[in-house]
Design a protein around this ligand. Sequence first.
Ligand SMILES: Nc1nc2c(ncn2[C@@H]2O[C@H](COP(=O)(O)OP(=O)(O)OP(=O)(O)O)[C@@H](O)[C@H]2O)c(=O)[nH]1
Length: 525
Amino acid sequence: MLLRSLTKINLRTLILSLAVLSVLITSGNSFYATYEVQRTLLINNTLEANRVYATKLAEVTDAFLKTTQSNLSYSANFLSSQMDNNDILMDETRRLHQQSGTFNSVYVVNATGTVIAASPQTLDLKGVKVNSTNAPQHLEAKQPLITDPYVSPLGNYMINLSHPIFSANGDYQGYIGGSIYLEQDNILGAILGKHYYHDGSYLYVVDRNKTLIYHPNKERIGQKIANNIAIDDVVAGKEDAHALFNSKGIEMLAGFAPVKRAGWGVVAQRPKQATLAGLDGHIVSVFIKALPLTFLTLLGIWLSAVFISRPLWQLAYNAQLIDKKEAQGNISSVRSWYFEAAQLKLAILKGTGLLNDKISQLHTDSHTDVMTGLLNRRGMQQMLDQYQEKQRSFAVVTLDIDHFKRVNDSYGHDVGDMVIKALAALMKNNARKEDALCRSGGEEFIIFLPDTTLSTALTVAERLRLQVAEFNMPTAGFITISLGIAYWPGDPVIINSILKQADQALYQAKQQGRNRTVTAGNITP
Ligand SMILES: Nc1nc2c(ncn2[C@@H]2O[C@H](COP(=O)(O)OP(=O)(O)OP(=O)(O)O)[C@@H](O)[C@H]2O)c(=O)[nH]1
């Protein structure tokens, strides 16, 4: 069933379907490729932009730490000879606290771990003893230090930067330190926070232990982050970018860079969805812009399909109607503008030409008397049908060779045949183009003279009779013929009765002595 319906698909539909299908596949493919390329480009660009951005901020942070350590170093040098001067200690801590705005608090701790000066004074730190829990590394380090986050004696979550104080002779006298309160407004927020975007992008900083020391969401500060490849890489000192999922399961494009001076890592990231948000709209606008050209292409394909398939369709359609009269003309008028159609048209025309010739030959053969080439009885009947159909008047002459039996008897049948052929030739010479000559039986003939009056027919019949009488037949010599004439005026009188009338006139001519013409009816038309 499917095969049957497939065979009925015409060439135009086939070309159209294939072309439209290929246009759709090509367009779909190019849209998909464009989408994928744009998507990859956007993702890669965002990853790279975040990496560069994180690197820049890591450098800024590093420069800030360096400056801060220089300031602490300056103060430590200055205080090395002033460790017993309470006023100077207080002034210096206050200056450092208020002048730079770097620290939330500044303090000086002596070699035994007791705070001997602090700013702001409201903290009331003076006299507080630091220990390994609340100031873990300073005393042991005896060198410039940036601590890991820890909870201070007053309960602030903080990091400290410190610088040791040595006397002129190199004795360790304690250290000067500055605190950055991670959960309050601080210098890190001032440096990093202004870069926070509102499309879901943000930036955070972890320390060497993967603990958040800066995050736009302050509640997350102090949390340790696990299973994050960006953080794993950045605390290992790598600078790179990765696509990853954040703690809320949102896919992020993260760029990161280490702050080597502190062992920290800066991570800048943007949600992948926000990055690709414009892409769908972009592709839709590309699609809309491509629509007119696609429509024109489809129109062009449709016109081409019609143009290409038309000659073949016309040839196929007319080949179906090959037995119809007009088929050959229709096929000739097909504009076969390309090679295959032209060859096909030629082949069909040649085939139909041969077929028509053959049919015409068969038609002629079946309507012709073989011996004389005149119409036989079937041909005669067809002629009569045409006259009757067109109501065309005619005169009919029947003629018969006189005493033909004697010719046969005297000279043989072959000579008789020659006489019949010679008589037929004389009849042809004597006839007009539109006259119809028939051999109705052995040596009997009928001549139809269309649009001819009885008197003209008589003239024609007499002329023929005289010509025959004067013609010396091969071997048989001179013969005569008798003729009967009737006239059919084109009215509804049955034609066969006219033939009968002509026969009766012929009979009378025989009765009256032969070699004569007798007319049925009056001579005046
Ligand atoms: N050679 C030859 N003879 C034919 C042919 N057809 C018919 N005949 C002969 O024509 C003769 C006709 O003879 P009849 O009908 O008696 O008439 P007729 O001898 O012509 O005499 P009338 O017609 O009365 O003048 C017959 O002997 C037929 O055999 C033919 O095709 N060839």
